[in-house]
Structures are given as structure tokens and as C-alpha cells.
Design a protein around this ligand. Structure first.
Ligand code: ADP
Ligand code: MG
Length: 338
């Protein structure tokens, strides 16, 4: 209740329909040599701005090392930003205030990449699910009911068969469903899922993604779904943001992003999607050579310019592109659309 008053006192910084608003967010990690000499920074998240509306699902897609996990950890309050700001449900987050961080952890359910690593191995299912209820002082009389509901929600049924099992007795798909049940327990407003199916067998991936989408629908939850696989964006069919080297290079509705792709990097991602049709095995794929740049010394200008076929000399290699909006709601950081 105390948190409610705190919330309304500081509300009104974003409009009603906005759940999460991030502005120029930066999370850098300092590299230390001999304990105290700074050897520079890993700029894992380097100036990101975006919004998630209430009940909206956004997909963030980017290669490994592009800063996706660091972004989620910052949103969850697990990493402290170097700069920028975040407003969640009308409340500006003060990362130095432990009560804000605790409140955030209540509001945002976290689904990690590796379900087995995320579950304490010596706790039974019922103990794992009771833990967040105890920590957050939910009325004891409610525990049993809430745990049953959460397990039913993720279809770990009959519930009684699962309550006394340990994580190693569950399949990978069941473990991830248990992680989702735990994320739902505190009735969050947002689910933040970090590559939730990348470590699961292909056969259960669809099932877990379908489950997440159903939960999002049923409760009109906000979802941030992180993936390195652009072909899975269709499961959450609202907006998608593309990350490259700690920046968000393109943001648009999913249909628009795939039918009217603007950024040369997004084009590369789309071209690289595996085509299961053996007939197309020799089809030309326009994937440029090279690797994403170092986040310690990112290239001047546009970070993609060393790999970009449409690079404009004297511009892309010197000036960082601002965000352009060539069509309403479609944003791109690329000089081609100036
Ligand atoms: N705690 C940390 N300390 C130093 N560097 C880190 C830390 N966490 C992540 N990084 C670096 O930040 C960059 C982005 O990592 P990450 O956010 O995990 O990317 P992704 O999830 O997209 O693969 C990587 O270069 C990684 O090595
Ligand atoms: Mg990651």
C-alpha cells in the first residue's frame, strides 16, 4: 500500500497508455587493469530509447553480444545504468533507491534463457513457487491457491503430480514453463523474456512461445521478448526492435519491418533466416562478411558502416546517424533515410 502512494505521487511523467519508457539508456561496464587502472568501458547498452505500451508485446532481435541481456538486466534493476532514464508505469526509477528496485522486481516477471540454471536444484516445485510469495510478503492463506493457479496457467497439470517434483525431474520445456509460472506469480504488468526458447529442443519451442502469447492475451500483459532469431518474431505480432552493437537501429510494427525493411542490417538478418526448402539450397544469400564491432571501441559514424554495402563515404563513416522516421511509426538510424 505504501508503494501505491509513492507511485501516484510521482506519476504523470508518461501518458496513460505507456507502460515502460526508456530514454537514452546507457549501461557501460568498466574494465579494470591491476585493480584500479581503468582500461576503458564495454558499452553494452549505448543510448537506447523506446516505449512499451500497456498490454503490448515487443520483440527485440539482435545477434549475440549486441547488448540484449544487459538491456533486460537494466530494465529489471539487476544492472545499474550509466546514464539515461527509465519510467515504469508512471514512476521514474531511481536506481540508487532499493525500494524502487524491489518494486520493479514485483512489477516485471523475468524469464531467463537457461531454465535449469534459473531454478534452484534442491527445491521442489512447490517450494520454488512459494519463495517469491514469501519474499514479497503475500498473505500465507493465498499461497496454495496462487501456486495452483500458476501451474494450471502454464499447463503443468495435474498440479498434484508436479508439486513435489524437483527441477531435474522435469523436461526442458516443463522447466521453462515452471520459470514462466514463477514469473507470473506476483501478477506482474510486464514479462521480460530473454531468449526463452533458445536452449530448448526445437519440438517444444513453438509450444512455449504459444503459451507465452496466450498468457499475454489473457491478461493483457506487456511482454518484451528477446531473441536472436528474426524468424520467431511472428509469435508476438506487434512491434519489433532491431539491435546492432548496443544501438537500436530499426523499430517498426512486425509486418512493416518485414515487408518494408529499411536498415541494411535488418535486411541482412532477414536474408540470413534459414530456408528449410532443399530446392533453395543454392539460392544467393546477401550476407556481408565481417563481425559485429567491438563494444569497447565502436567504429565512428554508423556502427554498421564497415559491413554495409550502401555506405555513403564521408557521412556514414564519420557521423553517427540520428533516428529518422520515414513513415509514421517506423524508425531507423540510417543516413539513407535522411
Ligand atoms: N557484467 C559484465 N561485465 C563486463 N562486460 C559485460 C558484462 N555483461 C555483459 N558484458 C559485455 O557486454 C556485451 C553485451 O553482452 P550481452 O548483453 O550479454 O549481449 P547479448 O545478450 O545480446 O548476447 C558483451 O560484449 C559482453 O561481453
Ligand atoms: Mg543474451
Amino acid at each position: 500500500m505504501k508503494e501505491k502512494t509513492l507511485l501516484s505521487a510521482e506519476a504523470g511523467q508518461t501518458d496513460e497508455g505507456t507502460l515502460l519508457c526508456v530514454k537514452d539508456l546507457r549501461t557501460w561496464f568498466e574494465m579494470k587493469r591491476w585493480g584500479f587502472f581503468s582500461a576503458g568501458f564495454v558499452r553494452a547498452v549505448d543510448g537506447l530509447s523506446f516505449e512499451v505500451k500497456k498490454g503490448e508485446a515487443v520483440t527485440i532481435v539482435g545477434e549475440s553480444g549486441s547488448g540484449k541481456t544487459t538491456l533486460l538486466r537494466t530494465i529489471l534493476g539487476l544492472a545499474r545504468p550509466t546514464g539515461g532514464e527509465m519510467v515504469f508505469d508512471g514512476k521514474r526509477i531511481d536506481y540508487g533507491d532499493p525500494s524502487h528496485i524491489k518494486w520493479l522486481r514485483w512489477q516485471i516477471g523475468f524469464v531467463q534463457q537457461d531454465p535449469y540454471g534459473a531454478l534452484p536444484p534442491f527445491m521442489s516445485v512447490s517450494r520454488i513457487l512459494r519463495e517469491p510469495l514469501i519474499v514479497n510478503k503475500v498473505d500465507r492463506d493465498e499461497h496454495r491457491q496462487r501456486i495452483r493457479e500458476a501451474l494450471e496457467e502454464v499447463r503443468l497439470t495435474p498440479v498434484d503430480d508436479f508439486l513435489n517434483k524437483y527441477p531435474h525431474m522435469l523436461s526442458g520445456g516443463q522447466q521453462q514453463r515452471l520459470v514462466i509460472a514463477r514469473a507470473l506469480l506476483l501478477r506482474p504488468k510486464l514479462i521480460a523474456a530473454d531468449e526463452p526458447v533458445s536452449m530448448l529442443d526445437a519440438s517444444v519451442r513453438v509450444e512455449v512461445l504459444e503459451l507465452m502469447r496466450k498468457i499475454q492475451d489473457d491478461y493483457s500483459l506487456g511482454v518484451i521478448y528477446i531473441t536472436h532469431d528474426l524468424s520467431s518474431v511472428r509469435y508476438f505480432s506487434q512491434r519489433a526492435f532491431v539491435m546492432y552493437a548496443a544501438r537500436m537501429v530499426e523499430k517498426a510494427a512486425v509486418g512493416e519491418l518485414t515487408s518494408n525493411t529499411l536498415h541494411p542490417y535488418t535486411q541482412v538478418l532477414l536474408n540470413a533466416i534459414a530456408d528449410p526448402d532443399p530446392e533453395n539450397v543454392n539460392q544467393f544469400r546477401d550476407v556481408p562478411p565481417g563481425e559485429p564491432p567491438s563494444l569497447i571501441n565502436p567504429p565512428d559514424g554508423c556502427r554498421f558502416h564497415p559491413r554495409c554495402a550502401r555506405m555513403i563515404e564521408g557521412l556514414c563513416d564519420t557521423e553517427e546517424p540520428p533516428e529518422f522516421e520515414p513513415s509514421p511509426g517506423h524508425f531507423v538510424e540510417c543516413w539513407l533515410y535522411r
